[in-house]
Design a protein around this ligand. Structure first.
Ligand SMILES: [Zn+2]
Length: 490
C-alpha cells in the first residue's frame, strides 16, 4: 500500500488540513503517548491520565463533562453543533505487575512489581485526543457542521465503564461511534468481533471459630467458595461450546487457625451473545446457592459489569478500511525493524518484523472469546472498532514483551498513523451525511430484532475502590519516572 495507493479522496482540503495539523503535532502526540505510558495507571485509578486528557481537550475548546456516570476517571468531551453526532471512545488503563522499560528486549521493570502498560492503551489515548483535535481544526477552518463526543472509558481491563455510559443515556444522541485500539497492524472487521461477559463477585458469609479447639462452632465461608468451584467444574461439561467461565479467589481467609467467616470468588462468564453469557450466570447463581446450602453459609452476589459482545458495522468498517489504504502503514526505519525482530525472537514468536501493509478487512470477522466493554456501544449505535500499528506484531499482550515498544518511535509512528485514520474517517463522515444514513441502515439489518438493553442492574454504581490499594502502593515510586515535559497541541 503506502503512497502509491493514495486516492483522490485524500485531496479533500479538510483532510489535508487535519493531516498537516497531526504532522505538525507529531512530537506532542509522542509526548502524550509516553506521558500515559509512564503514568501506568490501573483501571478506575487513571487520575493522572484522565486529568491530562481532559485538560488537553478543554484547553483546545472542548466542553468537558468529568466524573461521567460517577466514574472519577471517566469523561465526555464535546465540541461542535448540529448533526450528525459522532462518538469516539477508548480506554487508557494499564495492567498489574506489568512495568517494563522501554526499548529493552528482555524483562526489565521500571519499578519492580508495579503496574504498567503492556498492551498499548497509552497509544489509544494519544490517538483519540490527537484525532479529535485535528478533526476539530479542520471542521472549524472549513465550516463543517456536526458534533464530536469524545469518551474517556476507564477500566477496560475489568470491562467496567461503557455499559454504565450507555445505560445512563450518554449515547442516546449519538449517531455513530468509532473506537480506536492499539494493535500490530491496521486491521478492521465487521460482524461479531468479541464475546459478551458478565463479571460478578460471589461473597460467602459464615462464622469464624478457632480452627483447632472448636471447628464445630465455625461455618466456613471458604467451603462455600470451594463447593461453588466444584459445581462450576461439573457445569463446564454442559456449557454451550462458545461459552466459558474463569475465576480468581479474591479472599480465602487470613490464617489456618481461624475458620474464615468471609470468602470471595470473582467470576467472568462469557458467551457469544448477551443471552448466552446471562444463561451461564443464571446457572452459576444456582450453583452458588447450592454451595451456600451445603456449607451452611450465605452468599451475596454482586455484578460488577455486564457487557455485550463487540460487533462491527460493515459500512463503518469499509470506511475505515478505505482510510487505511489511503494512509498506508508507517514507514519503519531499520532500527525500528531491528527492535521488532529482536523482541519477536526473545519472546519466542514468529519473527516477521513490523507490518508494512494493511490487513484485508475481516468480514465477517471471527468472533474471539475475549471481551471489551465497548460491546454495549456497538449494539446501541453503528460502530467500528479499528486497530492501528503502535505495537509489535505477534507479541502477546499483558506480558512484559508487549510493553517494550510502547514508548518508542514504533508507538509514536503508529499513533500518528492511527490519529490520521481517525481524523480522516471522522471528516469523511461529517462531509458525507449519506455515510451516517447508510451505516444506520446496515446496522438495522445487522442487529435484526435484537435491540440493546442494559444487562447491568439499574442501581449498580461504579466500583470506585477497584485497584486503589495497588495504585496507592506504587504511585509515588512510579512518579519519579513521569515525563518532565507535558504535551501542548497547537
Ligand atoms: Zn485493550
Amino acid at each position: 500500500m503506502g503512497a502509491k495507493n493514495m486516492s483522490q479522496k485524500l485531496t479533500r482540503p479538510e483532510k489535508i488540513c487535519a493531516f498537516d495539523y497531526l504532522n505538525q503535532n507529531a512530537r506532542q502526540i509522542a509526548l502524550l503517548n509516553d506521558a500515559v505510558f509512564y503514568f501506568g495507571e490501573l483501571g478506575m485509578q487513571e487520575y493522572e491520565t484522565a486529568g491530562l486528557l481532559c485538560d488537553l481537550l478543554e484547553e483546545n475548546g472542548f466542553t468537558l463533562e468529568r466524573n461521567l456516570s460517577g466514574f472519577p476517571t471517566g469523561f465526555c468531551a464535546s465540541w461542535g453543533n448540529g448533526g450528525p453526532v459522532v462518538a469516539v471512545h477508548t480506554e487508557y488503563d494499564a495492567n498489574p505487575d506489568n512495568s517494563q522499560k522501554s526499548g529493552i528486549t528482555e524483562p526489565a521493570s521500571i519499578v519492580a512489581g508495579a503496574p504498567g502498560h503492556c498492551e498499548g492503551h497509552n497509544a489509544n489515548a494519544a490517538v483519540m485526543v490527537a484525532g479529535a483535535l485535528a478533526t476539530k481544526q479542520a471542521m472549524e477552518k472549513f465550516g463543517i457542521s456536526g458534533r464530536l463526543k469524545i469518551f474517556g472509558a476507564p477500566a477496560e481491563e475489568q470491562l467496567v465503564s461503557r455499559p454504565y455510559f450507555v445505560r445512563d443515556g450518554h449515547f442516546d444522541d449519538v449517531d455513530i461511534a468509532l473506537a480506536p485500539h492499539v494493535g500490530g497492524q491496521f486491521n478492521v472487521g465487521y460482524g461479531l468481533i468479541q464475546s459478551a461477559l458478565i463479571s460478578a463477585y460471589f461473597t460467602f458469609h459464615g462464622e469464624s471459630a478457632h480452627a483447632g479447639s472448636a471447628p464445630w462452632k465455625g461455618r466456613d465461608a471458604l467451603d462455600g467458595v470451594i463447593l461453588m468451584d466444584v459445581g462450576m467444574a461439573e457445569f463446564r461439561e454442559h456449557m454451550q461450546p462458545q461459552s466459558m467461565c474463569q475465576r480468581v479467589i479474591t479472599q480465602g481467609g487470613d490464617q489456618p487457625n481461624v475458620i474464615p467467616k468471609r470468602a470471595q470468588v470473582w467470576w467472568y462468564f462469557r458467551g457469544p451473545t448477551a443471552q448466552a453469557a446471562m444463561s451461564v450466570f443464571e446457572r452459576a447463581k444456582k450453583i452458588a446457592e447450592g454451595a451456600a446450602l451445603m456449607s451452611n453459609t450465605s452468599v451475596e452476589i454482586e455484578v460488577q459489569s455486564a457487557v455485550w459482545p463487540v460487533r462491527g458495522n460493515r459500512t463503518l468498517a469499509e470506511l475505515v478500511q478505505s482510510e487505511y489504504e489511503q494512509i498506508g502503514a508507517p514507514d519503519w526505519s531499520a532500527d525500528e525493524e531491528a527492535l521488532a525482530r529482536a523482541l519477536q525472537e526473545r519472546a519466542g514468536v514468529k519473527i516477521e518484523g513490523l507490518a508494512r501493509d494493511v490487513a484485508r478487512m475481516k468480514g465477517p470477522a471471527t468472533q474471539k472469546p475475549a471481551s471489551n466493554d465497548a460491546g454495549d456501544v456497538s449494539w446501541k449505535v453503528p460502530m467500528a472498532k479499528f486497530y492501528f500499528p503502535a505495537n509489535v506484531p505477534n507479541i502477546s499482550y499483558h506480558h512484559w514483551a508487549a510493553g517494550v515498544a510502547l514508548a518508542t518511535s514504533i508507538a509514536h509512528k503508529g499513533a500518528l498513523a492511527g490519529a490520521k485514520v481517525l481524523a480522516g474517517s471522522l471528516l469523511e463522515i461529517f462531509a458525507n451525511p449519506e455515510i451516517v444514513q447508510k451505516a444506520k441502515k446496515t446496522f438495522a439489518e445487522e442487529i435484526g430484532d435484537q435491540t440493546w438493553y442494559s444487562m447491568l442492574p439499574d442501581d449498580q454504581t461504579p466500583p470506585l475502590d477497584l485497584n486503589r490499594a495497588t495504585m496507592e502502593k506504587y504511585r509515588e515510586l512510579m512518579r519519579v519516572h513521569y515525563l518532565k515535559e507535558r504535551p501542548h497541541f497547537s
